[in-house]
Design a protein around this ligand. Structure first.
Ligand SMILES: [Zn+2]
Length: 482
């Protein structure tokens, strides 16, 4: 097969996989905060399927079983693990989509499946850190980042992963993560939707044959992804991390590819990015199966821009501040941070002003031009309400238009035990003990304020979400209770 034919074919395969994803998408996984109890039945129902060998790889610190699903009988061994960081679930969803795909037939992919299962053996270990997943936190329940535990191995999860690498001696490893959705691709305003890393096995960032193959796989996946997310692929800094699994697995002789699922505007639950994972990982496995990865030029790895860190969720540009009889202009950089509730099965947003001043080199996933607008704290509505039900019934548009962003709860409202909480209304609720905000909204404040043109409210920003008073369409909101 010539290089040209091979590229044309793999391009076509990627497109067909992209289009087929909906068919194979695991329908029981629909958002990021699923738990181990949600994936165990997906593994159990495959017991006895001749396509697979299912074995327990070990137990987590809290005794949750970590399982490995093996498919294929080929010489090239590929170990794919996900969610060693508990709050990084995108590739776990994609893994079950890939298993569904492996079980398909008469869909135009039979030749690809046959080649894959004859030439490779695929070892899937979804959700390596189930205790962290339970809490939707990065670290294991011991408080250790297991991706800094490859050398010390004080977590049972790290012992399991090292054991699998020693026992299987895989030719290829896929270390599957999520990164902050706020990384940009280089200095562009676009989010790094997928970032790659061919991990370094030494401080000199040397390139041996093992690491070169990783670069080649990444170059191939980048080409495929550019069609769907142009300019939104990046690469992680390749500084050597002597405690990381990626770096050590590469050192131990397995070609290691790190894939980080980042952000994509309008996809907070990462369902589109999951589809890109499905397409990119299966395409990479194809390149491993037919060895076409060797045709990729490793130098093109360096053409992929590095991750930047330039994106806020919201940037307000050129707002005028009036303070002590003087005035100046500023930008505001705002992030909508996720707060877990209901045993980390759900979340709400709590938004802060995280930078204040000149942000011209930085970008927002959403931006508003506040040129000619004055930024002020909103007013506190004079009536206190007995409960959240009453507040939910208020006409938020009328309040915001008059500059009221804050509503007070009466002292006996009985919501104290909820702590920081949310209300599905575009209002900022203050409990009776909470101080009335004063002065200019600034660094570190909750992102609630108004932007006025003369005496009229043009925009209300409540808990980091923007409401345009000249074009108001909100039926509910992302309010906060402090
Ligand atoms: Zn991670």
């Amino acid at each position: 097969m010539t290089t040209v034919e091979s590229k044309a074919q793999s391009g076509e395969l990627a497109d067909r996989l992209y289009n087929a994803h909906e068919t194979y998408k695991e329908s029981t996984l629909t958002q990021r905060r699923f738990k181990q109890k949600d994936i165990l039945p997906l593994i159990a129902k495959r017991q006895g399927n001749p396509l697979y060998i299912i074995e327990k790889a070990g137990d987590s610190f809290e005794g949750r079983p970590i399982q490995m699903i093996t498919a294929g009988k080929g010489k090239k061994k590929v170990l794919l693990w996900t969610q060693m960081h508990g709050d990084e679930p995108t590739a776990t969803m994609a893994t079950f989509d890939i298993l569904n795909f492996l079980e398909g037939k008469n869909d135009g992919f039979d030749d690809f499946r046959k080649e894959l299962l004859e030439k490779t053996t695929l070892y899937f270990v979804p959700m390596l850190n189930p205790d962290g997943v339970e809490r939707y936190q990065r670290r294991t329940v011991q408080g250790i980042d297991m991706n800094r535990d490859a050398a010390a191995r004080q977590t049972p999860e790290a012992v399991i992963l090292k054991g699998l690498v020693d026992q299987l001696k895989p030719d290829f490893g896929f270390n599957l993560h999520d990164q902050s959705p706020r990384y940009s691709a280089g200095r562009s305003p676009k989010a790094a939707t997928i970032s790659f890393l061919a991990t370094s096995y030494d401080y000199e960032l040397s390139i041996n044959a093992v690491r070169e193959r990783s670069m080649q796989l990444i170059v191939g996946m980048n080409k495929i992804l550019q069609k769907y997310i142009p300019g939104q692929v990046a690469r992680y800094s390749d500084d050597h991390e002597p405690r990381g699994f990626g770096d050590n697995v590469q050192k131990w002789g397995t070609t290691l590819v790190l894939i980080e699922s980042g952000g994509y505007v309008g996809d907070p639950e990462k369902q589109y990015i999951r589809k890109l994972n499905f397409m990119a990982i299966l395409s990479a496995l194809d390149k491993i199966a037919d060895n076409s990865l060797t045709k990729e030029k490793r130098d093109h790895y360096y053409d992929i821009p590095e991750n930047g860190r330039w994106l806020y969720d919201l940037v307000v540009r050129n707002a005028t501040v009036k303070q002590s009889g003087k005035s100046f202009t500023t930008d505001l950089g705002i992030n909508r941070n996720e707060v877990n509730y209901a045993n980390a099965s759900k979340f709400f947003y709590y938004s802060k002003i995280e930078d204040f001043g000149d942000l011209h080199p930085q970008y927002g996933s959403q931006e508003i031009d506040a040129t000619g607008l004055t930024v002020e704290k909103g007013k506190v509505y004079p009536t206190a309400y007995k409960n959240l039900g009453e507040i939910s019934k208020l006409n938020a548009f009328n309040l915001l238009k008059e500059g009221y962003t804050y509503i007070r709860l009466a002292p006996d409202a009985g919501t104290r035990s909820l702590g920081l909480y949310f209300i599905a209304s575009p209002l900022h609720v203050l409990r009776s003990g909470q101080a009335t905000p004063a002065g200019t909204p600034g660094l570190g404040n909750t992102a609630t304020f108004i932007l006025k043109k003369g005496s009229k409210v043009k925009y209300a920003v409540v808990n980091g979400f923007v409401y345009d008073m000249e074009n108001y369409a909100a039926t509910k909101g992302q309010g906060i209770i402090e």
